[in-house]
Design a binder for this molecule. Structure first.
Ligand code: 6R9
Length: 635
């Protein structure tokens, strides 16, 4: 018997040890007992981090939708799979049962097929948080098409570069999206993006807002009539364990986003197993993750993980502050949410509003609280624990990444004693290592270093779409035989991990990973700009906000500068999206550089953080004189 559901600490240690000593036996048992396969594997796993090549359940045949939907029909056909809570609280929520989901996915998949989409084709999904979003992922998976979801808050530029990077043949979108009091013209953004995407043959458009749209003859089609006409039965495509399931882009240290490729069987097994344990999900629970499906958290813990367990998962279309800051709590009360999973940035924003809005609602259904996306600060942790959880619902601070597919370091609620700001212990099967700059592993407790993982787990991304070399360089070259996460961490006296933040050029703003390079590229496109450097600085709500140091081709007056600031932020909005806008822009005469010409961000970071007492040795800089000038004029 595999230990699918861990219930106490001893059991955790025992299962953890087994998963490390005999990983193949351990994962084989889990895969065997808790999933349906068309054919079982020939080999549980093989790996070589030097290539890197990682395979799980090689030779197995399956379709993930048979695990997420079909197999539940016999016992859970009428059970609600998805609760859709609309942006507007006066619009009725939808309850989609497993049986309805089955038919909806079949219809959608038939429409995809009718439009020439086959196994292995890439389909771009640019849809807001409405049921069609989840259904479109599953419809792709049903026919073996590879979905590439692009968060529907990204700009047309960001969208077109992602469509082209993986040659999508089709885009699925909606006329628009509702976000609080706003409605956003998504179809217009898609039209703009497609001016630069020759490979897209079809655009399927969901009718959500009823806004005006232009439909391009022969390319654009309303989805609903096609669904109405489609059959609700369809045989699933039989997939290999290592066939790609999806691509999801994440920021990196160059302007080009990285299309992380996740494959089928390992991803399914790991997301399902983590979901069950990290949220201690029980049959009749209602689970709600507030993330957008446009991020990995939504893929793994709104769609695949919960559905593989036959869970009821809530999808919320709106925002935390509409109609007021009590909206999340009102939804918890309304749907009797048992597990609530959100991001520190949301917690901070809600905490700022005080406790009254929380106390207005009955939150007694909550059993487990989750946090993801960035380190949770002490104050936010306590507010979450005391005000929302009433000190009785454990907080699972879950550390993981787009690249890891599933949760890696986390408490198991009611099992692992929690500690504020600590992600605590590695999950089953995960072998972390802390490395120093010289490549030495920091063994024992009370050490700090760069967080690496020594051994593959089933849901690790297998490559970067179209660029395996970059995959190797980014994750497997810093330390031999290790996956390097890009995060720093410490291990305390009892072996608990605390994630200290990124050690590379990624800044996390409101839980969104932003690479500095693409933002700088956008700024540098401004004709008046000569050079720029972006760093993060602490922000009450966003965690980190962006501070830009910009040098101009010609020095202007302050009045000109105000306009320039607006124009620069507009450029960033257009190129990347409003989430990447700068909070502060300082115009400077120069940027501190090393003799080899690298911008010394370390110094800029200190200035932005207002911590200039020890800037370190700046005498080796090419231009040490600019540092004082930047400090004197800092914002
Ligand atoms: C799931 C997700 C990954 C980066 C990661 C780290 C940060 C995520 C965290 C956390 C501290 C946590 N991060 N969870 N830092 N504590 N509980 O967020 O994926 O968008 O790829 O971001 O987010 O820096 O490396 P992704």
């Amino acid at each position: 018997m595999s230990n699918y559901h861990i219930k106490h600490l001893e059991e955790y240690y025992q299962v953890y040890r087994k998963s490390i000593r005999e990983p193949e036996n351990f994962w084989e048992e889990v895969a065997e007992e808790h999933f349906v396969w068309r054919k079982k594997w020939d080999k549980v796993m093989s790996w070589d981090f030097s290539k890197p090549e990682i395979k799980w359940f090689e030779g197995a045949k399956l379709n993930i939708t048979e695990n997420c939907i079909d197999r539940h029909l016999a016992t859970r056909g009428d059970k609600t799979a998805i609760i859709f809570e609309p942006n507007n609280p006066d619009e009725e929520a939808q309850h989609i049962s497993y049986r309805q989901l089955y038919h909806k996915v079949n219809k959608f998949a038939n429409v995809l097929k009718d439009h020439g989409i086959k196994k292995g084709d890439r389909v771009c999904i640019y849809v807001p948080m409405i049921p069609e979003l989840a259904i479109s992922l599953l419809a792709c998976a049903k026919i073996g098409a590879i979905h590439s979801v692009v968060f529907a808050g990204f700009s047309s530029r960001a969208l077109s570069s992602r469509i082209n990077d993986c040659d999508c043949k089709m885009v699925i979108t909606s006329d628009g999206s509702f976000r609080g009091t706003k409605s956003i013209d998504l179809k217009g953004i898609v039209d703009e993006a497609l001016e630069n995407c020759d490979g897209v043959e079809t655009v399927l458009v969901v009718n959500r807002t009823g806004g005006d749209v232009v439909m391009t003859e022969g390319r654009d089609k309303w989805l609903q009539p096609l669904l109405d006409a489609a059959s609700d039965e369809l045989e699933a495509e039989v997939m290999d364990a290592e066939d790609p399931l999806f691509i999801l882009y994440t920021s990196g240290s160059t302007g080009q986003p990285k299309g992380m490729v996740h494959t089928t069987a390992g991803y399914m097994v790991y997301t399902a197993y983590t979901f069950k344990n990290v949220f201690q999900y029980r049959e009749d629970d209602v689970y709600w993750c507030t993330a957008d499906i446009g991020w990995i958290t939504g893929h793994s813990y709104i769609v695949y993980g919960p559905l593989a367990n036959g869970a009821t998962t809530v999808m919320f279309e709106g925002v935390p502050h509409y109609p007021d800051f009590g909206r999340f709590w009102q939804i918890v009360e309304k749907h009797k949410v048992n597990q609530f999973y959100t991001a520190p940035t949301a917690i901070r924003a809600l905490a700022k509003q005080g406790a009254e809005l929380v106390e207005k609602y009955d939150l007694s259904s909550i059993k487990v609280l989750g946090s993801v996306g960035e380190p949770i600060n002490e104050e936010a942790w306590h507010w979450y624990n005391d005000v929302v959880g009433k000190k009785k619902s454990p907080i699972v601070d879950t550390w993981w990444q787009t690249e890891t597919g599933g949760i890696m370091i986390t408490p198991i609620p009611f099992v692992t004693p929690t500690k504020p700001t600590y992600a605590t212990l590695p999950f089953i099967g995960i072998q972390p290592a802390l490395m120093d700059e010289n490549g030495l592993e920091q063994k024992g407790n009370q050490v700090e270093g760069r967080l690496c993982i020594k051994f593959p787990w089933p849901s690790i991304a297998r490559t970067i779409w179209g660029n395996h070399q970059r995959y190797k360089d980014t994750y497997f070259s810093a330390y031999e035989n290790m996956y390097f996460t890009g995060d720093g961490a410490l291990r305390d006296e009892v072996g608990y991990y605390r994630i200290t933040g990124r050690v590379d050029d990624v800044i996390i703003v409101s839980g969104h990973n932003l690479g500095t390079a693409p933002i700088e590229d956008a700024i540098n496109e401004h004709p008046a700009v000569s050079e720029s450097a972006i760093v993060g600085f602490p922000h009450d709500i966003k965690g980190s906000a962006l501070y830009g140091f910009v040098t101009l081709k010609e020095v202007g007056e302050s009045r000109v500068h105000d306009n320039l600031r607006k124009e620069i932020n507009q450029l960033i909005s257009d190129r990347i999206g409003p989430i990447a806008k700068l909070d502060k822009i300082q115009f400077t005469e120069g940027l501190p550089k090393t003799r080899s010409g690298k911008i010394m961000r370390r110094i800029l970071r200190k200035i932005a953080e207002n911590d200039t007492s020890n800037l370190g040795d700046i005498s080796t800089l090419l231009n040490p004189e600019v540092v004082q000038d930047i400090m004197d004029n800092s914002l």
